[in-house]
Design a protein around this ligand. Sequence first.
Ligand code: MEV
Length: 309
Amino acid sequence: MFDGEWIAQGYAPGKLILTGEHAVVHGHLAVAVALDRGTTVSLASMDGPTRIASAACHDQRLQQAVAALLPPQGVSVSIETQLPVGRGLGSSAALSVALVRANAHLEGREASFAECHRQGFVAERIFHGNPSGVDHTVCALGSAVRYRRGEPAEPFTPPALQLVIMDSGTAGDTAAMVNAVASLPDARQRLADIGAVSKAISSTLTANVDPKTLGALMVENHRLLQGIGVSTPMLDALVDAACNAGALGAKLAGAGGGGVAVALVDDPEPVLRAVQRLGCTAFSVQLGGVSDRKQRANGSDPTSTVSTS
Ligand code: MEV
């Protein structure tokens, strides 16, 4: 944590998209959940123009987001995150919402959801050009969400499901992937197909969920994402390895071009070992309840991630 004399702080969690990535940019349904890890922005007083004192990743878009959301003078900004950058786990969306919350805190108040949503979107546009809004919406709500662009988000309590998040080890560029998909000649039909699977997945996410049906739909979702060119050989290898190790289904999660895939499992351990054999890291996630399984492959912190309901 920031150990200087901070005067304001803001936090927001990361996210995992269960289904509907890319299609959601074009008006289809997406379903996403908040993670129990995220990003903290700490603000301290200083003389002179506002500047970023520390951040995991410095780039021009970060400078622009800070300039858009914080006062131009007198603030030193420190950013700490538990989210790997560019992996589809909402690092930019969590940062956007955390900046809004820190700025409100600086003014002696709490940011409302409406403010996080409106102002967070200003920063998300800087990071991603044409975002659907699902990422910062789920980060601002801190819950599982059914989301359709331009409509109010629908928070819901997910059923108890055990997931494994598998990191391909490389970052993707969301803006580049979204632009590439939009320029596909048959984008409209392909995105409609993804939208249909997303609706089917959404309708399985009830207390009576049938994990086999959900798993099969996740595999279908992954094949459709392959079809629009956003998977990578390592994401495909992770999906295959997870299914061969007993996962009920798996798919890439987020914009792709790198980043993570997610597997639906009964028992995370064989999948965690399979991921480790590919030289990648993974961690288990319990949806809709607290997991006592804290497993992680390949030597990183053994931290379990729990989605909020
Ligand atoms: C990125 O997390 C999700 C995408 O659908 C982009 C967006 O919704 O803005 C690929």
